[in-house]
Design a protein around this ligand. Structure first.
Ligand code: FMN
Length: 309
């Protein structure tokens, strides 16, 4: 079984990935949040820095990009290749209208001919292996039924499916019946993604999709970074052990944040954003987060965590 940490823009950055690797286990693959171009055609700097090899010394990361033209694709793919990576993931999943209106992310899913046209030009030229992470459609999950059979003609490393359509954003439920149809329509290695937040949910899905051996988890891992080891090794830490791990995880995050930017205000605001998710996974998390939000300095923040955990 392969477990992957999903890319979550501003959350699963190299601080999070390295801290996760130091304290928890069970992740086989880490995906970096997408690279995107600025209006002037240069690559946005935060995701560019995120995939620098020096920031990812011990983990194998798969970078991701979001592009609506072949030219855009290669601006980012060339940069990724220049850093020594061998594979890139193409984002066809971002659901927000500001993105989809420009044919980016899931905006291309209702125009299959554009997908195939781009692949026809990208594949012969690209030195990077290519995988795709996609929603099941822009307006409905039916759209994927036209796309998947034709993707069999291309040499892709994998297809990761977040089992929703884009207009749903993160609302409603995943469409498991449609995902089942997808299994028979693709010859590519297929990864299931969407709403796995507990080991029990994972087990139910793996009963439903017995041929699926590859799973990606995002928000569930932000709420409980121990979820991968719970799923993989069947071990659930006692509350005390888990809370100690969380404190150690937070210390790793803090050290990493401060070493990239000595501005303690920046570190504090990032720690608050990670802990907003982490608190959701704790029985007394609401109370803890109310307190953490009020911290004015990293020192107060740590004191609150030690006191509450
Ligand atoms: C805050 C946030 C940021 C995200 N950023 C990305 C991204 O950069 N690239 C991507 O492919 N998906 C992104 N996603 C989608 C996740 O990777 C994942 O597909 C989705 O959250 C469903 O999986 P989950 O239910 O396990 O979280 C993002 C999701 C959230 C909530």
């Amino acid at each position: 079984m392969q477990l992957a940490l999903a890319p979550l823009q501003t959350y699963t950055d190299y601080h999070f990935r390295n801290a996760h690797l130091a304290v928890f286990s069970g992740v086989d693959k880490f995906y970096a949040p997408y690279l995107k171009l600025n209006n002037d055609g240069t690559i946005k700097s935060a995701p560019k820095i995120d995939i620098l090899p020096k920031n990812n010394p011990t983990i194998s990361v798969i970078p991701q990009l979001m592009a609506c033209s072949v030219e855009e694709f290669f601006v980012m793919a060339d940069y990724i290749e220049s850093l020594g990576y061998q594979e890139v993931n193409w984002n066809m999943g971002c659901p927000y209208p500001m993105v989809t209106n420009r044919n980016l992310g899931a905006g291309i899913l209702n125009k299959p001919q554009e997908i195939f046209g781009m692949l026809d030009r990208i594949i012969p030229k690209s030195k990077l292996k290519l995988g795709i992470k996609m929603r099941m459609g822009l307006e409905s999950t039916e759209e994927i039924l036209e796309i998947l059979p034709k993707l069999n003609d291309y040499p892709l490393t994998e297809i990761i499916i977040h089992a929703r359509y884009a207009k749903q954003l993160y609302n409603g439920t995943c469409d498991h019946e449609r995902f089942r149809e997808c299994i028979s329509l693709t010859k590519h290695s297929l990864t299931y993604n969407g709403d796995i937040t507990t080991r029990e949910e994972f087990e139910e899905l793996s009963r439903q999709f017995q041929t699926i051996d590859s799973w990606m988890i995002g928000r569930g891992a932000m709420m409980n970074p121990g979820l991968f080891e719970e799923i993989k090794f069947g071990v659930v830490d006692s509350s005390e052990v888990y809370r100690n791990k969380l404190m150690s995880f937070s210390r790793h995050l803090e050290e990493s944040l401060l070493s990239c930017n000595p501005d303690r205000g920046y570190a504090l605001s990032k720690l608050k954003s990670y802990w907003e998710y982490l608190c959701e996974g704790l029985s007394d998390g609401k109370q803890l987060y109310r307190k953490l939000k009020k911290a004015k300095a990293v020192e107060d923040f740590n004191a609150f965590i030690t006191e509450m955990l």
